[in-house]
Write a protein that binds this ligand. Structure first.
Ligand SMILES: O=C(O)CCC(=O)C(=O)O
Length: 285
C-alpha cells in the first residue's frame, strides 16, 4: 500500500520518468525557507554561490529538516523502498531576467552511482513556470540507456560541466514542470531534462534533493550521504551527521572537505589539473 503517491502517480513515474505536482510543504513554509536563504545571502553580500549551493543540507539546519520531511520521504519510499539516503542537495537559483539556463542532460552522466535507482525531489521555493525557466523534460526518455554527453563549460550553464546530451532533442515533445511554492516534482536520474532562462522579474528558486536506496553505491571513490529513513545495512557511504544550527563551524569544515572530495568525482576525466582550476570552472557564470 503506497504511503503518499497514488497508483496512477507511481505508474506515471515508471512510464514518463517524472511525476508532479506533489505538495510537500505549505506556501507559507516555502516562503519561510526562501526568506531564510535570502537572509543568509543578505549577510553574505550576494547570491548563494559555488560549493555553498551543493550539499547545503550540511550547512543549513532548515534544509536538513526539509530533506527529512515525511511528505517527501513517503513519496520517495513509494518508489524506492524504506531505506533511503539523501546523496546530495543542489540549489538551482535563477535570477530575474538572467541568461542562466540548464542544458538538456541526464543526471546519471557524471555521478558515479552504481545503478540508475536515483530520484530527484525538486522542491519549489517560488513559482516555477514557463515564463521563469521551469524545468522541462522529454516523457519516457528515462527508459533510454545512458547517452553520451559533451562538456561545454558554457558561461551561463548552471550544470557543473555545462554538459549536454549529444542527441537532437525534439522540443515539441517536451513537458513543462510547472510548480507552485511548496510543491515538488520527482524525476528519474536518466530522464532527459533541462530548463531555459528566467524571463520574469523575480527569482526562480528550487532545491534538488537527490535520494537513493541504501543498496546503491558510489563506484568512483569514497563518498558520503545522509541516512534519512530506515536502516543502512550496505555501508556504501560514510554517513553524515545532522546540523542543529545554521553554519556550525564544524559542519562548515566538514562541508568543505566533502566538497573537495566530490569535485574529484564530478569533474572526473575532464583533464583539468588541480582543484583550484576545477573550482574556477565550476564557478563560471
Ligand atoms: O532547476 C533547474 O532548472 C534544473 C534542475 C536539474 O537539472 C536537476 O534538478 O537535475
Amino acid at each position: 500500500m503506497p504511503k503518499r503517491l497514488s497508483p496512477a502517480q507511481i505508474e506515471q513515474y515508471r512510464n514518463e520518468g517524472c511525476v508532479f505536482p506533489i505538495r510537500v510543504i505549505s506556501e507559507t513554509d516555502a516562503a519561510k525557507n526562501r526568506a531564510k536563504l535570502e537572509e543568509f545571502e543578505r549577510q553574505a553580500g550576494g547570491p548563494l554561490k559555488g560549493d555553498l549551493r551543493h550539499k547545503s543540507h550540511l550547512l543549513f539546519a532548515w534544509l536538513a529538516k526539509l530533506v527529512r520531511c515525511s511528505a517527501i520521504l513517503d513519496a520517495v519510499e513509494d518508489l524506492y523502498g524504506p531505506d533511503l539516503l539523501c546523496w546530495t542537495t543542489n540549489f538551482f537559483i535563477k535570477e530575474a531576467t538572467d541568461p542562466a539556463f540548464v542544458s538538456w542532460h541526464q543526471d546519471s552522466t557524471y555521478w558515479g552511482l552504481s545503478r540508475p535507482d536515483v530520484v530527484t525531489a525538486w522542491v519549489a521555493f517560488t513559482e516555477a513556470a514557463d515564463t521563469n525557466g521551469a524545468m522541462e523534460y522529454i516523457p519516457g526518455s528515462h527508459q533510454l540507456d545512458q547517452m553520451p554527453h559533451r562538456d561545454t563549460f558554457a558561461k551561463n550553464n548552471l550544470l557543473t560541466r555545462g554538459q549536454e546530451v549529444m542527441v537532437e532533442v525534439d522540443r515539441s515533445k517536451r513537458r513543462i514542470i510547472a510548480l507552485h511554492p511548496g510543491e515538488m516534482s520527482l524525476h528519474h536520474v536518466r530522464l532527459v531534462h533541462g530548463s531555459p532562462p528566467n524571463r520574469s522579474n523575480d527569482r526562480r528558486i528550487g532545491v534538488a534533493i537527490r535520494y537513493i536506496p541504501t543498496s546503491v553505491a558510489q563506484i568512483w571513490g569514497e563518498d558520503s550521504a545522509t541516512l534519512v529513513r530506515g536502516q543502512d545495512h550496505h555501508h556504501h557511504f560514510v554517513l553524515e551527521p545532522e546540523p542543529t544550527c545554521d553554519l556550525d563551524p564544524e559542519f562548515v569544515a566538514l562541508h568543505h572537505s566533502i566538497s573537495e572530495r566530490n569535485a574529484r568525482i564530478l569533474y572526473r576525466g575532464t583533464g583539468v589539473a588541480g582543484y583550484n582550476e576545477l573550482r574556477a570552472l565550476a564557478e563560471r557564470g
